[in-house]
Design a binder for this molecule. Structure first.
Ligand code: SAM
Length: 205
């Protein structure tokens, strides 16, 4: 058991915020507010952090696989799944993006609140920095995710990806469409200093 830094609430859910793990922020909450999971869905949450999206999704989903490369995040998300009584529906895997899955493992919905902020090459390396830093153009992790995720969608499956306009939402939409996915902006929120949080949905049609 880790000692939580503090507790956060989202609707009826309760989340411990853990050391070395991304604290749910405006992007996490905008994503969770727009999370429409069908009853019985099989869901993958990439970069689960404290587990907020995975746990909210688990209410309706049949099962949720939560992945993060940060071992502290996996421990934290697991504890939060117990607090919210959804542990039995969840599997936790410490892995980089979708590296843990073979070509036959496919999902109805794949979620990713990505690291999307432009960052210097020599940015201090820590688990917290790696949760938001997207390299010089903010697209380092997003571009790798766009290559890895589409083959793991079931027929009619969907990807929900949160990023900001600082990492070019247009480029993400164009790349998903090159994979033959039907793409739309599902939600947006304006932030100070000309930045907009953008939740992009890309559907296998
Ligand atoms: C912006 S945080 C989002 C956390 C949580 N999903 C939320 O919405 O509050 C991004 C998360 O992705 C994880 N992450 C970043 N790059 C990753 C990678 N290549 N493979 C797996 N996880 C990664 C980070 O450790 C972090 O937990």
């Amino acid at each position: 058991m880790q000692f939580p830094l503090k507790r956060l609430h989202f609707g009826k859910f309760v989340f411990d915020v853990c050391e070395n793990v991304y604290e749910p922020a405006e992007d996490s909450f905008l994503f969770a507010e727009n999370l429409d999971i069908e009853k019985g869905a099989e869901v993958l949450d990439v970069g689960t952090g404290s587990g907020l999206l995975a746990i909210v999704a688990a209410e309706k989903a049949d099962f949720v696989v939560a992945v993060d490369f940060n071992p502290y995040a996996i421990r934290c998300a697991k504890e939060n799944s117990v607090i919210n009584s959804v542990r039995r529906k969840m599997v936790f895997i410490q892995s980089g993006l979708l590296a843990a899955f073979n070509e036959y493992e496919k999902f109805d919905v794949i979620l990713f609140n990505a690291p999307y902020l432009p960052s210097a090459e020599n940015e201090v390396d820590s688990w917290i920095v790696r949760s938001w830093a997207g390299g010089v153009n903010g697209r380092h992790v997003i571009d790798e995710f766009i290559l890895q995720a589409p083959p793991h969608l079931k027929a009619h499956g969907r990807i929900l990806l949160m990023q900001s306009t600082l990492a070019s939402a247009e480029e993400t939409i164009q790349k998903f469409e090159e994979f033959g996915l039907k793409t739309r902006i599902k939600a947006e929120r304006q932030l100070p200093f000309f930045e907009t949080l953008t939740l992009i949905e890309a559907k296998n049609v």
